[in-house]
Design a protein around this ligand. Sequence first.
Ligand code: GLA
Length: 392
Amino acid sequence: MLQINPNLSDLVADAAAGLLASLQSKATITAAAPGRVNLIGEHIDYCDGFVMPFAIDRYIVIAGCANGTSEARISTALGDEIAVFDLSKPLVEGDPKWSNYLRGVIRGFQDRSYHVPGFDAYILSSVPGGAGLSSSAALECATATFLEGLLDTRLQTREKALLCQKAEHDFAHVPCGIMDQFASAFGKANRLVLIDCQSGDPELVPFENPDLTVLIANTMVHHELSDGGYASRRKHTEDGLAILGKASWRDVTAADVQDNWDQLGDPINRRSRHVVGEISRTIEAAAALAKNDFETLGPLMAASHDSLRDDFEVSCEELDIMVDIARKIGRQGGVIGARMTGGGFGGSTVTLCESRKASEIAETLASEYEKATGITPQIFASRPSQGAHLVS
Ligand code: GLA
């Protein structure tokens, strides 16, 4: 029942073969960038909060080469229409729609005065799309890393992540925070990427206990983040901060929210309660994890989900069902904690569990979810993995 994560070296070989078959070109540069899962700290990366994602062992791979022209020609393993665009001018949005992630990143390089030469490329992915696992950040970071190879240059990791975030803002119109691109760019094997989103400093925290397994359960339901739900939540938090008259959410206490409940008004008061609560939960969770204190960590994950469901209203029935199944399995059955992960409105849940019970838990999640919804979920285990890199 547990899906096997495709091996990165197989993806790399398949991408080279795909490039040859679709564009008759030989790969000289290959870049890989992972998706991410977030253990806790949801919808607070744009509120100066703390978030605790890691780069998963699911990658977007781009294989390509310079083509001696001033055009980019890009094909994908999904058999999408080949994207062709002129690199002699600053790139703007265009068709096909998926090419905008690449266009946005290339534009970021052009804005830094790089002359991006013509290239052929082929894109292959093992990051499920629309599953709340940041396939778009993976595509952006893979593109940026590919361009580093093509231009024989290296950006600072933070600058690369910020360039990719700007591409998401300007070319995909999702006003995202920094979590996804930071996780994809900074990720390392056996490390969580604990990010203080106020200072913008990622800290790599060990996560290598073989007795712990992270299960990702894709509900297979998805609503586009760009449909306005994400942007409206972000706006609520900005309005809340303005009403509270504070410069940063880090300066707001739970009492501030309670004392100004009516003035904040619904739903901004509930959105605000989520932000303040989630910031402190994430700090507590990081401390609990460092001490292997799972009795504290589990309830924090549960409280995070409930707050996202009731106060921030970014969960959905399917996510709630998946989380409830994990809760019913409970500590006795090996589940430490479970919650929705990522932007929400569909997507995936994350279940932290005991490794020796992981397969059994995955079976139960899959069968009970299917019984309740009629949908077959995708369930796989993931370990923190290497972030965006050039494959030699
Ligand atoms: C999306 C965004 C992130 C973050 C999460 C919610 O994944 O891209 O910046 O806000 O939602 O935590």
